[in-house]
Design a protein around this ligand. Structure first.
Ligand code: UDP
Ligand code: MG
Length: 328
């Protein structure tokens, strides 16, 4: 059996010297062949030089992007070139401990197509990261897909058929976890304690996290558009009630209508709401526009130890079936 490990790298010069020995140690203990695919996502530090050195080992393969295409694109590239029977995706900062790979492989051998590592504790993360992450998972489960397993990130193992199924999704606005949930494959969950980043800083600052969350919602759900209809209806209702009240004041009490201030407030409120909803619709239209162009998801401008023949064609149909007779 061949195990492929995919690791996206973006400005990880501090973490990389810890990563390589840690992952190699665990892979050496596993009773299977392995390949490690590093995807350099347009790093601007010394990551590429470090990868070049690491690629002296033929089991280390490198795909280097022409620029920063993003974490999800880097994972996709790794998947496109992975040749393994089982494929693992993990982060470069050792927050995903390689030690649990053994358990993940064992679950794969039992017949599971997807083995997800679930953070049983994130004590090592900051309070801010923990609360925003909890909010994110709540929102995702309620707006994207109930099948999303809480506290499961991109640290996962896939069987080859599951990988081929995921590869058939070529959308620009990618949220891998959502795609996995959408497939609904047989999934095992392995708990682990999330470690501290071994070195360097997070490559997901707040603005990237917010963008990621919005991609996740808008690429899976039209609920915000439907909610905007509700918002419009609510404002209409309030307008009608206010109209009735004004008519009552004029005809029953005979007092002159006062309140320029309320006119201004209402004007601002309604114009604001209209523009907000227009912007929301615009965002979805922009996504259609970007998807319609069907541009490639990434550009690789350098490879190491990678045979171009390893990139298999993208499947047009999904058949997830393993020849394993012990399949669950
Ligand atoms: N990463 C990437 N491209 C990016 C941002 C991040 O390839 O634009 C990689 C990064 O090198 C790491 C993984 O994605 O291997 C997760 O990033 P990080 O650990 O900084 O995220 P956090 O754990 O803080 O959410
Ligand atoms: Mg991390």
């Amino acid at each position: 059996m061949l195990l492929s490990v995919i690791i996206p790298i973006y400005n990880e010069e501090e973490a990389f010297p810890f990563l390589l020995p840690a992952i190699k140690k665990v892979l050496g203990e596993l009773a299977c062949d392995h390949e490690i695919i590093f995807v350099n996502d347009g790093s601007r530090d010394r990551s590429l030089q470090l990868l070049q050195k690491a690629a002296e080992d033929p089991a280390v393969k490198v795909l280097s992007f022409s620029r920063n295409f993003g974490h999800q694109a880097a994972i996709t590239a790794g998947m496109d070139f992975a040749g393994g029977d089982a494929i693992v995706v993990m982060d470069a900062d050792l927050q995903d401990p390689p030690e649990i790979l053994k358990e993940m492989v064992a679950r794969y051998e039992e017949g599971f197509d997807v083995v997800s590592a679930q953070r049983s504790s994130r004590e090592s993360d900051t309070f801010f990261k923990r609360t925003t992450a909890a909010g994110f998972y709540w929102l995702m489960r309620n707006m994207v897909d109930q099948r999303l397993v809480p506290e499961v990130g991109d640290f996962r193992l896939f069987s080859r058929p599951a990988l081929m199924a995921i590869r058939s999704f070529r959308e620009q606005h990618r949220f891998m976890r959502g795609l996995v949930a959408w497939l609904g494959l047989k999934e095992a969950v392995v708990p682990f304690v999330r470690q501290k980043r071994v070195a360097g800083d997070t490559k997901y600052p707040l603005h990237k996290m917010l963008k990621f969350a919005w991609t996740a919602i808008s690429s899976f759900s039209a609920l915000p558009l439907r909610l905007s209809m509700l918002l419009g209806l609510t404002f209409c209702g309030v307008g009608v009630i206010y109209l009735c009240y004004t008519l009552y004041v004029v005809f029953w009490t005979g007092k002159a209508v006062q309140g320029w201030a309320s006119v201004v407030v209402l004007q601002c409120l309604f114009s604001g709401a209209t523009l907000f909803v227009l912007g929301l619709v615009g965002d979805y239209v922009a996504k259609i526009f970007e998807e319609a162009k069907m541009r490639p998801l990434y550009v690789v401008d350098r490879t190491m130890n990678v045979s171009h023949a390893t990139m298999q064609p993208i499947p047009r149909a999904i058949v997830v079936e393993r020849p394993d007779p012990q399949r669950h």
